[in-house]
Ligand binder design. Sequence first.
Ligand code: GAL
Length: 695
Amino acid sequence: MTTDATTPRWVKSGSLGPGRLRYGADYNPEQWSRDVWREDMLLMREAGVNIVSLGIFSWAHLEPRPGEWDFAWLDEIMDLLHENGIDVDLATATASPPPWLTTLHPEVLPQTIDGTTLWPGSRQHWRPTSPVFREYALRLVRALAERYAGHPALVAWHISNELGCHNLYDFSDDAARAFRGWLRSRYGTIDALNDAWGTAFWSQRYGTWDEILPPRSAPTQRNPGQQLDFERFSSDAVRDHLRAEAAVLAEVTPDVPRTTNFMVAQNVSDIDYVSWVPDVDFVSNDQYLRPGPLGRDDLSFWANLTGNMAGGLPWFLMEHAPSAVNWREANPPKRAGELARDALTHVGHGADAVCYFQWRQSRAGGERYHSGMVPHAGPASRVFRDVAALGSRLRELAPVTGSHREKARVAILFDYESWWVSKRDSHPTDAIAYDAEALAWYRALLDLGVRADVVPVGSPFDEYDVVIAPLLHVVPDALRRRLEAVAADGRHLVVTYFSGIVDEHDRVWLGGYPGALRDVLGVTVEEFAPLLPGEHIALASGATADAWTERISRVAADVDVLDTYAEGDLAGEPAVTRRRIGAGSATYVSADIGRDGVRGVLETLARDVDALHGDDHAAGGRVEVIVRENGDARFVFLANRTEEVVEVAIDGRPVGAPTAEAGTVRLDPRGVAVVETRWDAVAVRRDAEGVLVAD
Ligand code: GAL
């Protein structure tokens, strides 16, 4: 293999591939006896497991008393795994400090918004900004790195675990000190901070840095600029911890790649993972299926975003549930076919590893009702049979390893800050949700059989023919210019309601909404008109607005009205508009019209935008089409979105099950097929720039 400066280190080191997809789990052997370890090895081999994440919550076992190490058990299990051909993604074990540490140093315990201490007895009870915690954690990391530096089972480092999952927002005095330091380097002067936060409001003006606190519980609505900066600071503070551990590992084991498991769908906390990508050698993500009708498409959405965060390079699905979780209101098991469907949907979006939480279902502790690859019932169970079948399927898919995600022609922009700000109190309504709006567009595109990339807003989007910005609320000036360039370049921009409204400090752009995007869209809105619970407004096209409408009071001369409000105070007023700009256009959707409504808008645009024409393989939207490519071959993943059998005409060779006959592939309900198409078979060539194009 040839490598250059741009080849990721995990490929350079050769430790993680290419050659085979990785399959495995979090493995917590300290919860089990030696007999069970031996059975684990046999079962892992039977299931095709080739990697485990080890030691994630082992601190108390590794350092039973301050500065006293017990590595004997870890040596033994590392050796055993290696003898059985199973590699180790070794955790730095810092996620859950042992009781002796918090007894000696209760000052490492985090505090909630109202000053409540988060006590030991669970996990992640540490302040990201505590210098005391940092010192103990780094001592452990160094001890582990030195001990296992040359161990043949070690292929990657797993830094901490889901950093910030439970302790992202710490309002302690340590956090206050660190927040002030962060603000000083961001603003330089207290006047600049006062201006950014708009502290002329409610007598909030600061005279010195020491007066500033984290946005702790307060009598009523807190300062929005302060809240946004505290969110940014908290995300950066946890990233600093990641960097501190990574620096020790880089010093002791420079050739072992490092990762930490992201929670890109972050239903729990607000972290800007896009800014963390440069700090890991390969991206890994944890993703738990949301049970119910949205689940499959939702899972695909986040897998898609993770693949694009990774820049199209392969990444790790580090955690995923083999069946039920134990932390939602009700936790149904996975239904037939879902285990493989969910895994392969991630592989389609670029994952080269499918790993689960966890290998063996715990007998005791808070997660005893969370599924494992080996359930309480043992290996003679549906879950384990499905796990073993998936292991064989992944072996057959080895040719896919190392291939990249193929870019789509349509982008949905994704912005963490717009998501955080959209959750703020003090908004015109609580009834709109950033993630739901973005998912509605994704699903509408899937319904039309159109492939789209979910792209972090900071990544380049100048190669996409269509750029969709759902609820892109925070639009600083530089982003405004990038969005304007889409339409000016002859491409197509689509923007929804409540977008372009504020700058990077959550200060409203003046002169009418949608603020920063008013010029490119050619519309001016004077007032938002959110709806009351249960209220709906019909549009002339037949679409229905829920939760949000707007009064568009002016449209520029070159703007076409595509749809109008059909009832209520806004009857007859524009609801959806499109401005033509040379060969390009800028479309504005002023209401929350849901998946079916936005599908109608996309169908209208498709009349003159080729990129919005569906792919035949998508069988009228019943199948999601995802493509990976490696320069010689394309791997087309066909994922059945329905509960029925779907047959798809193909022009390639299926890789592994299911088999195809006479140019068709049969997808069982929830089934996924992978079809390999040589470039010449579909008349694809490279253009002058070396970019792959289909004729
Ligand atoms: C993750 C965590 C795992 C396990 C899992 C359960 O958040 O990293 O340790 O708790 O959830 O779904």
